[in-house]
Design a protein around this ligand. Structure first.
Ligand code: HEM
Length: 218
């Protein structure tokens, strides 16, 4: 994710490994979403509720699967540098499906498990997800690569919430926490810490850059 020219060999290797793990986890959950949509996996109570009015749940789950398939790959520097056209097309597809999945998520939020706390958690996530996607698109159309990178990192941090949500739900279930209680917590902790980490990373990067920059009048 960082500019590869500013990293030592060790850090570059670690960043590559981190990205590989993120892509692997994202793609795995994308396959879960496809299997969910095909009714091969998933809680029967979800299927029952979603089947009663399948349009928005389907848009949401299919949109989510596509973005998780593509999102991590967009941060792979070699692909971005050597196949810019592919990066652009994947980006357009990614952002279109953020919109589709986000609209679906926004419609599902007020009907979700976990009560009003979860409704707000998912609702806010859906709004910020689409907003950050729009900002990422706008900034690259204006040629501002730095801002585009920041907005895409924020956006993918929220996309990755779909992975963290399932990890946390598993941990809560293992700890014996009741499902409804776990759900209202994961509706927030699946994405807020991811966003904080990304903001922290972006601040560190900008501090590193301004430290490396020579004073103009020196
Ligand atoms: C980042 C923004 C997202 C928001 C706001 C969001 C919101 C929601 C909501 C409100 C529900 C319904 C929960 C319920 O009825 O109790 C749901 C379910 C679901 N979402 Fe998302 N979601 C997001 C991202 C994703 C992504 C990226 C995927 C891709 C895997 C995904 C896949 C699913 C699936 C498969 C379900 C069905 C329930 C399950 O098996 O967990 N979502 N989502």
């Amino acid at each position: 994710m960082s500019d590869h020219r500013t990293l030592s060999n060790g850090s570059r290797w670690l960043a590559g490994l981190g990205l590989f793990i993120v892509i692997f986890m994202s793609v795995s959950i994308a396959f879960y979403a496809i299997a969910f949509q095909a009714r091969l996996v998933g809680d029967p109570s979800f299927h029952l509720r979603f089947d009663a009015s399948p349009l928005f749940p389907s848009l949401h789950v299919i949109g989510g699967a596509v973005v998780l398939m593509l999102g991590g790959l967009q941060f792979w520097g070699a692909l971005r540098r050597n196949y810019t056209k592919v990066h652009r097309w994947m980006g357009r597809i990614y952002l279109s499906f953020v919109l589709i999945g986000g609209i679906g998520g926004l419609v599902l939020a007020p009907q979700s498990n976990g009560g009003v706390v979860a409704h707000f958690g998912f609702g806010m996530l859906a709004v910020l997800w689409m907003f950050s996607g729009w900002q990422a698109y706008r900034s690259i159309r204006q040629g501002d690569v730095e801002a585009h990178r920041g907005w895409m990192l924020r956006n993918f941090a929220m996309t990755f919430g779909a992975v963290m949500l399932r990890i946390y739900l598993g941990l809560f279930a293992a700890a014996g926490v009741e499902f409804a209680e776990a759900y209202q917590t994961v509706a927030w902790i699946a994405w807020v810490p991811n966003l904080i980490l990304v903001e922290w990373y972006l601040v560190l990067m900008s501090q590193g850059k301004s430290r490396g920059r020579k004073p103009q009048n020196a």
